[in-house]
Design a protein around this ligand. Structure first.
Ligand code: FMN
Length: 432
């Protein structure tokens, strides 16, 4: 049976599934229940200076019948008294010594303020590490905290340095995705002495407009504001940012806690395959509750057993070397669509998508009393769209074709070498 023990910069947890700092980690009762259900760690809802929250706070993006593909929030850090948070963390760590408990912190950008909260929290809670919230994109950022820090590498490095002056436990720096190039704040976190990075926090967003009120959703007495976006829809953005950090020679070795749209064991395995040491989950728990972790643990360990991976390190980062720049992709690798007519239900969605939205490489033919879709081999560029819109699993697949159409690299082609002979092409045949 696979060993799921995770280790993030020396913080050990029984498995890689942590709750992200958010409403599910707001109280002792919630985190205790989560640990009883199997979660390996929890990052407590961010503590800091007192704040007041608005009513209401959340907006959802539904796609078809699938609810909460994206979640938007305008909530701030904890609105509970700091004494209560500290007391509950202390009791929790006492009762669950083997689980990872992380204190998430955010205070104004002053050395004394950071020193004070770090000393107090590590002294009074017994937590295993800190997570510095440099990511909250609304409310706090307008007061020079959260994303306002994460967006300026110099501030990021400076505050990490202040924290490291007094911290005796590992410091995780939680980054905002609301930047042009994530490698700059990641490098700054390392430069400041951070022990690990976590990402992503939420993405600037306005989830929608209520057309009856003519106001953004969610609204507060008729007015709305931009918020932070998360949930399954943000996973590709998180994966891309993580791969940018793991493929940057300056940050490649920095331990990473992956966050953003993790909803099941497969998502977690993908984050780990790109180089993460563990994952954090928020929206999926807000949607389905703590028990999803049972399936996550079962799924990940069965898959690891099947693949022969005994520990997380056996596949951590295994997919990272396959991420490269576009210019390094193989121009001589040729693919073509292949349709399994036994599986086809005749909906013709592939035909419409290809005809109107792609490369006009499918045709309708009458055969044996059926109207069938066939591939025009000389026109198919193997783009994949037909298989993406097909509702039947494995009905359309992409097959490798030996062609050797363009026997040069991208750089050589840009320099005028090679030609596009034998490649499917739409040469113009329109009369003047
Ligand atoms: C309602 C809500 C409140 C949040 N509060 C915090 C917070 O206090 N501190 C923090 O670092 N992140 C906070 N987050 C961000 C999450 O920790 C996480 O980074 C983000 O939701 C992405 O993960 P997900 O896609 O699994 O939801 C919050 C997210 C939501 C939805």
């Amino acid at each position: 049976m696979a060993d799921l023990t995770a280790n993030l910069a020396g913080i050990v947890s029984p498995n890689p599934f942590w709750l992200a700092s958010a409403p599910p980690t707001n109280t002792y009762g919630q985190v205790a229940r989560a640990f009883d259900n199997g979660w390996g760690g929890a990052v407590w809802k961010t503590i800091g200076q007192p704040i007041v929250n608005v009513y209401s706070r959340y907006g959802g993006l539904d796609i078809g019948t699938q609810r909460l593909m994206g979640l938007n929030n305008i909530e701030l850090i904890t609105d509970r008294p700091i004494e209560d948070n500290i007391k509950e963390m202390r009791l929790l760590k006492k009762r669950y010594p083997k689980h990872a408990l992380i204190a998430s912190l955010m205070v104004e950008s002053k050395r004394e303020a950071w020193h004070e909260i770090v000393k107090r929290t590590q002294g009074e809670t017994g937590c295993d590490g800190f997570e510095l919230n440099f990511g909250c994109p609304h409310g706090m950022s307008e007061r020079g905290m959260g994303a306002a820090v994460g967006q300026v590498p110099e501030y990021c490095a400076q505050i990490v340095e202040w924290v490291k002056e007094v911290s005796t436990i590992p410091v995780i720096v939680k980054l905002t995705p609301n930047v042009g190039d994530i490698t700059y704040p990641a490098r700054a976190a390392k430069k400041g002495g951070g022990d690990a990075i976590s990402l992503i926090n939420t993405i600037n967003s306005l989830i929608g407009v209520d057309l009856d009120r003519m106001a953004p959703r969610p609204h507060v007495n008729g007015k709305g504001s931009h918020g932070g976006y998360c949930g399954p829809a943000v996973k590709p953005i998180a994966l891309n940012m993580i791969s940018a950090i793991t493929t940057d020679p300056e940050t490649a070795m920095v331990p990473i806690s992956g966050i953003g749209g993790v909803s099941n064991w497969r998502d977690a395995a993908e984050f780990i395959a790109l180089g993460c040491d563990n994952v954090q989950v928020c929206t999926a728990v807000m949607h389905y509750g703590f028990r999803i972790v049972e399936d996550m643990i079962d799924g990940l360990s069965h898959w690891m057993d099947e693949k022969g991976y005994e520990t997380l390190s056996d596949f951590k980062g295994k997919a990272a070397p396959s991420v490269t720049k576009w210019e390094n992709l193989n121009l001589n690798h040729f693919m073509r669509a292949s349709i399994d007519h036994e599986k086809c239900v005749g909906c013709e969605l592939c035909y419409i998508a290809c005809e109107d939205g792609a490369h006009q490489a499918l045709k309708l033919v009458q055969k044996g009393g059926r109207r069938l879709v066939e591939v025009k081999e000389d026109m198919c560029v193997g783009c994949n769209l037909c298989s993406l819109v097909c509702p039947v699993p494995d009905c359309i697949s992409m097959v490798h074709v030996e062609n050797g159409a363009l026997d040069v690299t991208w750089k050589e082609f840009s320099a005028g070498k090679g030609k596009l002979a034998d490649r499917p092409q739409h040469y113009t045949d329109i009369e003047e």
